[in-house]
Design a protein around this ligand. Structure first.
Ligand code: ATP
Ligand code: MG
Length: 567
């Protein structure tokens, strides 16, 4: 079957993709003794983002589907950018997404000795040499895709000299940049990566695992393929930009292998989301320049940011599933992710009432000190979630937007003389509007119909609106953070001329300091998800204190954004 056909099929099939077909064929041909072994190979130089989630789901999911194994391997070949904090966060995020590498945790640095020995072997075989030219000259000599490169004057240096120099590089005799070890392949190759690529550079830097043992470090391209080989990886799944590196990985492994076994690299397209940027370098810049509050700022596309925002692992896995695995580059609408989380939370989130912009209502015919407990449904999508009691009192808050003094014709919520239903409570009618010295509405006076307890019409008369409310005396105070997209343009990485920082959405965070939520949320724990009825999905933030809760809005109940944009 051609690749195109295979890919079309993935669009309709939920669980099969072209990579699964390749794996199936390999199994049918008896390759690798029936083993399927994949790996997820992050570089610990930043936090994982939702793009990585696609790779994680594919790597672990493929292994799972074929009864195989998936390793976690940290590609920690560049000590200047790597950090234990990143290692820890990556492990936490993978587990949170629902995957498990069991006892198969590896680091490229576990293989530094073997990689070094292999480099010595290549030198001895005349397949690697020490180049003492400055870096910019080496890169100039690379040529262009259409013009072959120029051979280095050091290319034919005797083996003994190369061995001695490499030994001295390792012993720390030279400063950074003094020389490099290069593979001797082909300076005229049409593939630029085959033009005597760098294998080792000198870097006097402490490594997060090997400490000061090494002052030479393998290049990613020299380490990656061999690590796959050392770990017995059968299918090495990676994003399309590595396709062009594949011949080099194969070349190195061919020099190393003593059997037929070879890891098979298969490339797939990256996940790109609209209004989102996934470059780790730029995400780091946002953090370092304090344009966001940290890697886990709820506006970040990092898994820790999405988690803190209230996104669930199931919603992220559902997005990846929906997008599918192909070789076609494209942009996925971020609304699809928002849709996925709404679908998940609709099924699972506890409902509560919370008022974000409070307007006080005094129910003048309600007994002054009475607190009445009214029954409310916890989740209409899940009967087993049961019910809870919500306190009703003479003074309550409603949403400021739910009242208009001079309403247009189609405004069905509260206005003078109008009757509405208070959810789970009573029918109320607005009798008075009280204004302060600035003419601002400070409170409303209403009367209630005692016969409408539970929000049921006593005589069949209808009201056009049902409002949420919170008791003004029996409640929990909360700070609520309303988030919007971090970037105001669809493709913030699209125009390389524009500084991405200028594309930040100035309204991506809106903090409401005085909100009220029903007492039920008192015992909530960070990351607990709630639907505030009519207002969206919210989750409790880790910064919550006993005296004041902090909620993050995950998403609104409907996609308001596309309406704003006139889509
Ligand atoms: P960089 O190389 O710039 O540091 P990276 O995003 O490639 O960033 P890695 O830690 O090397 O980071 O990525 C680990 C794995 O995740 C790689 O196999 C990579 O192909 C995959 N990956 C990274 N970004 C995406 C994405 N947007 N969609 C799908 N897979 C991705
Ligand atoms: Mg990478």
């Amino acid at each position: 079957m051609s690749e195109k056909n295979t890919e079309n099929k993935t669009a309709v099939s939920k669980t099969r993709n072209f990579i699964h077909e390749i794996v199936e064929n390999d199994l049918a041909e008896g390759k690798n003794g029936g083993r399927v072994h994949t790996r997820f190979p992050p570089e610990p130089n930043g936090y994982l983002h939702i793009g990585h989630a696609k790779a994680i789901c594919l790597d672990f999911g493929t292994a799972e589907k074929f009864g195989g194994k998936c390793n976690l391997r940290f590609d920690d070949t560049n000590p200047s950018k790597e950090d234990q904090e990143y290692v820890d966060s990556i492990m936490e995020d993978i587990k949170w997404l629902g995957f498990d590498w069991e006892d198969r945790l590896y680091y490229a640095s576990d293989f530094f000795d073997r990689l070094y020995e292999f480099a010595v072997k290549l030198i001895k075989e005349g397949k690697a040499y020490i180049d003492e030219q400055p870096a910019d000259l080496i890169s100039q000599q690379r040529g262009t895709p259409t013009r072959p490169g120029t051979e280095s004057p050091y290319r034919n240096r005797p083996v003994e000299e190369n061995l001695d120099m490499f030994e001295r590089m390792k012993a720390g005799e030279f400063p950074n940049g003094h020389c490099v070890l290069r593979a001797k392949i082909d300076m005229a190759s049409p593939n630029m990566h085959m033009r005597d690529p760098l294998m080792y550079r000198i870097m006097h830097a402490e490594h997060h695992r090997t400490g000061n043992k090494w002052c030479i470090y393998p290049m990613y391209d020299y380490a990656h393929g061999q690590c796959d080989y050392f770990e017995g990886i059968t299918h090495s799944l990676c994003t399309l930009e590595f396709e062009i590196h594949r011949p080099l990985y194969n070349w190195f492994v061919d020099q190393l292998a003593d059997s037929d076994y070879r890891p098979r690299q298969i490339e797939f397209s990256r996940l790109n989301l609209s209004y989102t940027m996934m470059s780790k370098r730029k995400l780091l810049q946002l953090v370092e320049e304090k344009l966001v509050s940290g890697w886990d700022d709820p506006r970040m596309p990092t898994l820790s940011g999405l988690r803190r925002r209230g996104f669930t692992p199931a919603s992220i896995r559902a997005l990846v599933e929906k997008v599918g695995i192909t070789k076609t580059e494209g942009m996925v609408d971020v609304a699809l992710l928002e849709h996925a989380v709404r679908e998940d939370l609709n099924k699972t989130a506890q409902r509560v009432m919370g008022v974000l912009n409070p307007l006080k209502v005094v129910i003048t015919n309600y007994p002054e000190t009475q607190v009445e407990m009214l029954e409310a449904v916890n989740n209409p999508e899940d009967e087993s979630a049961g019910t809870r009691e919500v306190p009703f009192t003479r003074e309550i808050y409603i949403e400021r937007d739910d009242f208009m003094e001079d309403p247009p014709r189609k405004f069905f919520r509260l206005s003078p003389g109008k009757e509405v239903r208070l959810r789970y409570a009573y029918f109320v009618t607005c009798t008075d509007v009280v204004t302060d010295e600035n003419g601002e509405i400070s409170e409303l006076h209403c009367t209630y119909d005692p016969e409408s307890r539970g929000g049921n019409s006593p005589d069949g008369r209808k009201v056009k609106a049902t409002l949420h409310w919170v008791s003004a005396t029996e409640n929990v105070e909360a700070k609520v953070r309303l988030y919007d997209r971090l970037f105001s343009v669809e493709d913030p990485s699209g125009d390389k001329e524009v500084d991405f920082r200028e594309l930040l959405n100035p309204d991506s965070l809106n903090v409401l300091d005085k909100c009220y939520v029903e007492p039920f949320v008192k015992n909530a724990k960070p990351l607990d998800n709630f639907q505030f009825e009519r207002m969206g999905y919210f989750n409790l933030d880790k910064e919550s204190g006993d005296s004041k809760l902090v909620f993050n809005r995950t998403v609104t109940l409907r996609d308001n954004w596309s309406k704003h944009k006139g889509k």
